[in-house]
Design a protein around this ligand. Structure first.
Ligand code: DAH
Length: 397
């Protein structure tokens, strides 16, 4: 029963409102004489009717365009209701009525103007409010998936290396990538024209004329051995991660930029035994307990004796043979893989940092992070570290 009832009550109401309006509009289009108004006493009721109509119509001005139409309907200069009243009622009014009509017209004009202005403000505010509603965040919408970045494999491996050395008492220091020849070479016991400089034939910076000394991109992290010992007295136990640069042509195992971790331990009683024990501990922690290690004699100007440190081949388990029966391609059948250079610090180096070689001893090592990462994760091309192809990076989240 609700529905027919609702309809039957609503319909006549709408009809009645419409009739009232039409009547009022029609009235302003007629003269007072035609409306049979001759007494001043009749005037207030006439205006009250107009005002009632205005007050109910103003509610329909809900947005900017309906507000404009409404304003023109009432204040339009030619055919607005107030203009019609002026033309049809005021101007032709008899002297007897003119005063009353004039007064009422002034009052209703003030009311109409101020109400329309108020309405403009509230329509504008309403528009702003609904624009706000449009921009409001809808918390029920499904979320936007933003993929998180992760550490580059080089950074992850560096972190592993740092953790291992920090756990046995080393601290981490970093140094400049732009070096002087003194730190990169001379203080490491590599004088000018020493043949090992050929390997490190390197990048020099173009400096203004009269610059006090040449500068180069460091070719290894070893200069930080010197800088550290200049600043600290023994005991010294540091590792130095960082980027290094060499004039190498890019291929699967060479890059003109790569990463090293330098290590240095100097104290009053460090022996070769401490050295091998530290390195073996590191390798077992890094690759796992199964790997074997060995030293081979080698040469570096800043260590004496110098060694090349090898691990049993991680790919063939040290057997030297591949799964198909042939020689393992990674270690070329030898069962060993060269890992990094190291040695006991050459007493000549202590001379550059004013340590007394009779009182101190120590060891140093320098390993390529890229190389360690390639061995541990079976990567056969160093270039992938620098290409930043996400298909590669995503394999190491
Ligand atoms: N600086 C050497 C290089 O880049 C690596 C190295 C070898 C560092 C022996 C050392 C070391 O500290 O003792 O080839």
């Amino acid at each position: 029963m609700l529905f027919p009832q609702g309809r039957s009550t609503a319909a006549p109401q709408l009809g009645a409102m419409f009739d009232t309006k039409m009547e009022a509009r029609n009235k302003s289009e007629q003269t007072l004489a035609a409306l049979a108004v001759s007494e001043p006493a009749q005037i207030p009721a006439l205006f009250a009717e107009i005002r009632a109509r205005f007050d109910s119509e103003v509610l329909s001005a809900e947005d900017e365009s309906s507000w404009k139409r409404f304003r023109d309907a009432w204040l339009g200069r030619k055919s607005g209701v107030l203009a019609l009243i002026t033309d049809n009622w005021l101007k032709p009014a008899t002297p007897q009525l003119k005063r009353a009509v004039g007064q009422e017209l002034n009052q209703i004009r003030a009311h109409v103007e101020s109400t329309i202005e108020e309405r403009r403000k509230s329509v504008e505010a309403g528009a702003a409010e609904s624009a706000g509603a449009r921009d409001r965040v809808d918390l029920s919408l499904p979320g936007v998936l933003r993929p998180l970045g992760s550490h580059h494999l080089i950074r992850q491996v560096l972190q592993q290396i740092e953790d291992i050395f920090v756990s046995i008492g080393f601290s981490v220091v970093e140094g400049p990538e732009i070096e002087t020849p003194y730190y990169n070479f001379e203080a490491l016991n590599i004088p000018e024209f020493h043949p090992v400089r050929d390997d490190m034939d390197t990048f020099y910076l173009q400096l203004p004329k009269g610059a006090p000394q040449p500068l180069l991109l460091r070719t290894h992290t070893s200069p930080m051995q010197i800088r550290t010992m200049e600043k600290r007295q023994p005991p010294v136990r540091v590792i130095v991660p960082g980027k290094v640069y060499r004039r190498d042509n890019p291929d699967a195992t060479h890059s003109f930029i790569f990463h090293q971790v330098e290590g240095l331990a100097v104290d009053s009683d460090i022996t070769f035994c401490d050295f091998t024990g530290t390195i073996e501990y590191f390798v077992q922690q890094f690759f796992g307990p199964g790997v074997k290690t060995r030293f081979r004699p080698s040469y570096f100007p800043f260590t004496e004796p110098s060694v090349e440190f090898d691990v049993s081949c991680i790919f063939c388990g040290g057997s030297g043979s591949a799964a198909n029966g042939g020689a393992c391609s990674k270690c070329k059948g030898s069962g060993w893989i060269e890992l990094f250079g190291a040695g006991m610090v050459d007493p000549a180096v202590y001379g550059f940092v004013k340590y007394d070689p009779k009182k101190v001893s120590g060891f140093a090592f320098g390993m390529g992070i890229d190389r360690l990462a390639m061995l541990k994760y079976g990567i056969d091309d160093i270039q992938v570290f620098f290409q930043n192809d996400v298909r590669f990076l995503r394999q190491f989240p």
